[in-house]
Ligand binder design. Structure first.
Ligand code: TRP
Length: 436
């Protein structure tokens, strides 16, 4: 066991690629369509207050803790939990399972973005309902599984690094180009009015606060052990808090830019600002149809969504591959193939849930059900387990050893991770379970 545990892991070949990989994990479908909608519907600019507090007070400290834990032991998530005692390994596996379930439906949505990118390339307009009633979503889901598995099977340096070094600059370039175009549209001002006009009355609603915390964790991919895994490949001289700030800023920037572009478009063409899948796959395609050069914008937008999704999905997959490799001694290739098969089994019901098969469970589509359960409640639970294990059960002050900050900042970080984060997570987990 020990011998396997200390097997040399790969290392990021530069600080930049690590930051790009972490940004890749953070910036995903969540930023581009979930964030703008959540903000628009929850008090506009006022929602940014709880969101910002959640990011600064909870998500960034936990992100720093995760990276520190990863670099301290340089082990996969399961083995890291095992440092608290062999029986805690099961907790690590539980989190792996939560992430795998999230990944299973995330890949379905990624498949939709791929399909819409291809449709726009071919110049065909396909309604969401006719698309989902075909078997194309299943085919695109399988391609997404294959693409993600292939990249991860190539390894940290050959697979993940190369992908993020191309995809992340590409995604930001598209995003900036879209925004530069959209700020000149007539719908820019009404769009921003809808997106950002603050309605402070929402601040008294507890549900808004827990939604903001959940969105912050989901968007930054924090609390799921992903950064423990990525942190294990970090060089010792890398500045962890500074990287955390860069990653967070980029994630926030991507979300805000996406909001500006999306709402300018929606209001320019007099469309309804709708939620979720509706927005990206029904409302926006209509806007693209109406605008000059809409085809180019459509291709660009779905290419952006696809690349954002791909760099997120590889982080979720890598975490599971690393755990299987480290714990069983399997090769990277075998672990990847095993997980790809598992993902096909887990994700096929979600892929079919919007189709004519209309797979439902307790009256909800399976994809929505998974998002509402593991994707929403699984998150604070996993984050709680991470915070408690690494701040209460194993407390040999990993933070002080890995994070070089002044005594004051370090003390704040210790207090936040030990008391404030577990308390906040406990509260919102309880609130979410009661709301079920
Ligand atoms: N952060 C990604 C997004 O905004 C999604 C994501 C990637 C994620 N890895 C995760 C969500 C791990 C939860 C857990 O779309």
């Amino acid at each position: 066991m020990e011998r396997r545990g200390v097997k040399e892991l790969e290392r990021w070949s530069s600080r930049l690629v690590f930051v790009l990989a972490a940004i890749g994990s953070a910036v995903g479908i969540g930023n581009i369509w979930r964030f703008p909608m959540v903000v628009g519907q929850n008090g506009g600019g006022a929602y940014l207050i709880p969101y910002f507090l959640a990011v600064v007070g909870l998500a960034i400290p936990l992100m720093i803790l995760e990276m520190a834990v990863g670099r301290h032991w340089r082990r996969n998530l399961v083995a890291s939990f095992g440092r608290a005692g062999k029986r805690f390994e099961i907790v690590g596996w539980l989190i792996c399972l939560i992430v795998l379930l999230i990944l299973s439906y995330y890949l379905v949505i990624m498949g939709w973005t791929l399909a819409y990118m291809l449709f726009s390339l071919l110049g065909s307009t396909v309604t969401f309902s006719s698309f989902t009633s075909s078997l194309e979503p299943l085919a695109c889901f399988l391609i997404s599984v294959l693409a993600t598995g292939l990249i991860v099977s190539l390894g940290v340096n050959m697979g993940i690094e190369r992908t993020v070094s191309i995809m992340i600059p590409f995604a930001f370039l598209i995003l900036v180009a879209l925004v530069l175009f959209c700020v000149r549209l007539p719908g820019f001002h009404p769009g921003m009015d809808f997106f950002l006009r603050p309605d402070y009355s929402i601040l008294s609603r507890p549900g808004v606060w827990s939604a903001a915390i959940g969105q912050a964790f989901f968007s930054l991919s924090v609390g799921m052990g992903i950064l423990i895994t990525y942190g294990a490949y970090l060089e010792d001289d890398m500045d962890i808090p500074q990287s955390a700030l860069i990653i967070t800023f980029s994630d926030l920037l991507a979300a805000m830019l996406a909001g500006i572009a999306i709402f300018s478009l929606v209001f320019t063409f007099g469309l309804e600002p709708a939620a979720g899948a509706e927005l990206a796959f029904t409302t926006l395609p209509r806007a693209f149809e109406l605008m000059p050069y809409g085809q180019i914008f459509s291709v660009a937008f779905f290419a952006l969504l696809f690349s954002a999704a791909l760099t997120s999905s590889i982080s979720m997959m890598e975490m599971n591959v690393a755990a299987i490799m480290g714990q069983t001694g399997a090769s990277r290739k075998r672990a990847s193939i095993f997980l790809m098969i598992l993902l096909v089994a887990l994700g096929t019901p979600s892929a079919l849930s919007y189709s004519s098969q209309d797979l439902r469970f307790f009256g909800s589509r399976i994809l929505d059900l998974l998002d509402a359960t593991v994707g929403t409640i699984g998150l604070p639970i996993a984050a709680l387990l991470v915070a408690i294990t690494f701040r209460w059960l194993i407390d040999d002050d990993i933070l002080a050893g890995q994070v070089h900050l002044s005594e004051r900042w370090l003390r704040a970080l210790r207090t936040l991770t030990k008391y404030v984060i577990p308390a906040a997570l406990l509260l919102i987990t309880a609130a979410m379970i009661m709301e079920l």
